[in-house]
Write a protein of this length. Sequence first.
Length: 118
Amino acid sequence: QVQLVESGGGLVQDGGSLRLSCAAAGRTFRILSMAWCRQAPGKEREFVAGMSFSGDWTNIADSAKGRFTISRDSAKNTVYLQMNNLKPEDTAVYYCRAAELGRTTDVWGQGTQVTVSS
């Protein structure tokens, strides 16, 4: 089974930047894709960005286009979310998600809090 550990969240001012990391461990050779999702208080969890573990495609939500970038370091089995020009509405718990070959449900990390102050 794959395990995911997120890091890099914190408090930042409006317009600031943060880089989130998601380190995968375990049977990483079975990972098909990874993604970042977020959940703000009182709202449903939403997709932010995703990419294949091979790196041949990426996908960014409209709300993040032009500000967020997803990338990976295959040697470290780590996926990053670089977030620039952060806004207060980006405040949420950010979760890493992995699609694992042979599983019908995705694997989730524990989440990391991102707070953007105005």
